[in-house]
Design a protein around this ligand. Structure first.
Ligand SMILES: O=C(O)c1ccccc1N[C@@H]1O[C@H](COP(=O)(O)O)[C@@H](O)[C@H]1O
Length: 212
């Protein structure tokens, strides 16, 4: 199972979190977020990482040109679209960056949103389901209604996000069967500063060994 730890801002934490067992690290490219990092900061954080770790940039309603330039400048291997990007936008991004993994995040409010998620699967590699929050785009610590996701089996891989912590992750995984999970505020001391003890506890509870 993929485990993505998102909202990394410190280069030394990216290396530590990868060695604890993360398969993917996320970097917030949304200027209004307290976890925002520049392309140069991402470059510094991803350069020492092993090749097999996915390096995902999180964008929200950025232009194609901004995303493409950031990917080229930073060494990202994936782009997570966390705003109101359309399926057509995803298709154009795929043409611009054919080698880069495209993840579309859906902030799920109800069953109708889940149905909309399916429309994207033709144009992306991976879906990510996050909780809806009226004021914030992400990193909110709010959980989804896991029961609603029990029948969710899209034709592409998907990651469960939204308020996951070392304390609730096993309960979530007992109810839903995603291809991976994504955690941010649930393993933090404060926005952008990850709590390495909580990250270690997460992998202990998931029963993982280093980079398995
Ligand atoms: O973390 C942020 O600040 C952020 C800002 C804008 C868009 C997405 C953001 N984070 C994403 O939110 C989810 C869930 O976070 P949490 O575990 O509930 O704190 C995660 O996918 C982050 O990539």
């Amino acid at each position: 199972m993929r485990v993505k730890i998102c909202g990394i801002t410190q280069p030394q934490q990216s290396v530590a979190i990868a060695s604890l067992g993360a398969t993917a690290l996320g970097f917030i490219c949304v200027p209004s977020s307290p976890r925002y990092v520049t392309a140069a900061q991402i470059r510094a954080a991803v350069t020492p990482l092993p090749e097999n770790i996915d390096k995902i940039g999180v964008f929200a309603n950025s232009s194609l040109a901004e995303i493409t330039q950031t990917v080229l400048d930073s060494g990202l291997t994936g782009v997570q679209l966390h705003g109101d990007e359309t399926p057509e936008f995803c298709e154009q991004l795929r043409e611009s960056l054919p080698q880069v993994e495209i993840l579309k995040a859906m902030r799920v409010r109800n069953l109708e949103h889940l149905e909309q998620a399916i429309i994207y699967t033709k144009y992306i590699d991976t879906l990510l389901l996050d909780a809806y929050h009226p004021q914030q785009l992400g990193g909110t610590g709010q959980t989804l209604d896991w029961q609603m996701l029990q029948q969710f089996t899209p034709s592409c891989p998907w990651l469960l996000a939204g308020g996951l912590t070392p304390d609730n992750v096993l309960e979530a995984l007992s109810q839903v069967n995603p291809d991976g999970i994504d955690l941010s505020s649930g393993v933090e001391l404060q926005p952008g500063d990850k709590d390495l003890d909580k990250v270690a506890l997460l992998f202990e509870r998931l029963g993982r060994t280093v980079n398995s």
